[in-house]
Design a binder for this molecule. Structure first.
Ligand SMILES: Nc1ncnc2c1ncn2[C@@H]1O[C@H](COP(=O)(O)OP(=O)(O)OP(=O)(O)O)[C@@H](O)[C@H]1O
Length: 233
């Protein structure tokens, strides 16, 4: 089993002047390749903070992180940014698509930005991914002309562009109606099953969590439960 993530003793304390807020209090967590894991917890329990640390968007106050076998604790900002772009995929509640770009340009962006342009291969892959998420007839639409659910499917295709080792999703269905949410969840499950993609999904939605292979619950900055189940076909 390939280990995608190993987090040990992760702590996070925010300091604002003299005030200190301890948000994460010793998190130990491992994720293996091909897992589809839900992260649950009440509002304010530290879910987004933990995702930001695992996504290398925020540094922990203490603890160590190994991603795809690489110990990243001593990485410079530049190394962190490079690792993030090459090895991690992100899906947020609000899709963060570039509004003036087409669906294809948005999907290709994680590969195109560092390269300084979209190559023929990138275009072909972005096209394949958009077909995969059921948007083959929206490839050249500007992002602004897509529905909320379609935008989120573009965001998933974009997250897959660089074949990431781990996809981090923060409330990916939080802003969608039931039907669009179902479609986005079904898509993530399909990509997980067929490509062996590893997902860590923060969600308030028990229905989403129930269809993941493992459920983690955060309370007061600690992981208080870790339940695995066999995923339905
Ligand atoms: N930059 C910051 N400075 C101080 N406190 C912060 C900062 N960022 C987050 N917090 C605090 O950390 C706690 C956890 O926030 P976080 O966003 O991780 O929770 P969450 O579980 O994702 O919540 P929600 O489900 O509402 O999104 C909250 O009490 C929040 O106020």
């Amino acid at each position: 089993m390939t280990r995608v993530l190993e987090a040990q003793g992760i702590e996070k304390v925010f300091k604002n002047g003299d005030e200190e807020t301890r948000v994460l209090n010793g998190i130990d967590l491992t994720l293996d390749k091909g897992e589809l894991v839900a992260l649950l917890g009440a509002s304010g329990s530290g879910k987004s903070t933990l995702l930001s640390i695992i996504g290398l968007l925020l540094r922990p106050t203490a603890g160590s992180l190994t991603l795809s076998g690489e110990r990243i604790d001593d990485f410079s900002e530049r190394q962190r940014a490079q690792f993030r772009n090459r090895r991690l995929g992100f899906v947020f509640q609000f899709h963060h698509l570039l509004p003036d770009f087409t669906a294809l340009e948005n999907v290709a962006f994680p590969a195109a930005a560092p390269a300084g342009g979209i190559s023929r291969e990138m275009r072909a892959r972005a096209r394949d991914l958009l077909t995969r998420v059921g948007l083959e007839d929206r490839i050249d639409y500007p992002a602004t002309r897509l529905s909320g659910g379609q935008k989120q499917r573009v965001a998933i295709a974009r997250a897959l562009m660089n074949r990431p080792d781990l996809i981090i999703a923060d409330e990916p269905t939080g802003n969608l109606d039931r039907e669009s949410a179902e479609r986005v969840l079904a898509l993530m499950r399909e990509v997980n099953r067929e490509d062996g993609a590893t997902f860590l999904i923060c969600t308030h939605d028990e229905g989403v969590a129930a269809r993941c292979s493992r459920q983690l619950t955060l309370r007061d900055g600690k992981l208080v439960s870790n339940v695995s189940r066999t995923i339905d076909a």
